[in-house]
Design a protein around this ligand. Structure first.
Ligand SMILES: C[S@@+](CC[C@H](N)C(=O)[O-])C[C@H]1O[C@@H](n2cnc3c(N)ncnc32)[C@H](O)[C@@H]1O
Length: 129
């Protein structure tokens, strides 16, 4: 993390960093989440830790009663798609600066048969004022 923050100077750097390292993360975990997850004594793999973290957040945010979630910094939208699959009524709005990740997320959401009305993918760029 220290390594990553040392190279993070502007939006373009952040996009470049993620484009460089995300594939490695996907290969090592076998999933599409870009976080280190939540580990406890029973956790056996990074993928399990990542799903556990998303479940903890989902419970904490009471997503079973929520109508809309806005995921800022959504990566490949794997956490948001997990929440959508678990909570049928939820609408997901995924916000990211990284167009490639959003494009991957859109394809992934279609593979999971998430209806268009239940999902939005928004590429944001820098604040202008
Ligand atoms: C550590 S990853 C986490 C991705 C996802 N939440 C997950 O857990 O799989 C951080 C994400 O935030 C995005 N990001 C970084 N700065 C951002 C900004 N200013 N606005 C929106 N997204 C941003 C990156 O492109 C990346 O997808």
């Amino acid at each position: 993390m220290l390594f990553m923050s040392a190279f993070r100077r502007n939006e373009r750097d952040v996009i470049y960093l993620y484009n460089t390292f995300s594939k490695l993360m996907q290969t090592t975990t076998g999933g599409d989440m870009l976080n280190f997850g939540y580990w406890d004594k029973e956790t056996k793999s990074p993928l399990e830790a990542q799903y556990t973290l998303s479940n903890i957040i989902g419970d904490f945010a009471s997503l079973n009663t929520a109508k809309t979630i806005i995921d800022v910094g959504s990566g490949y939208s794997s956490p948001a798609l997990q929440w959508k699959v678990q909570n049928n009524l939820l609408q997901i709005i995924c916000i990211n600066i990284n167009f490639q990740q959003l494009r991957y997320a859109i394809k992934n959401s279609s593979r999971k048969s998430i209806k268009d009305k239940d999902k939005s993918f928004i590429q944001v760029t820098k604040k202008i004022f």
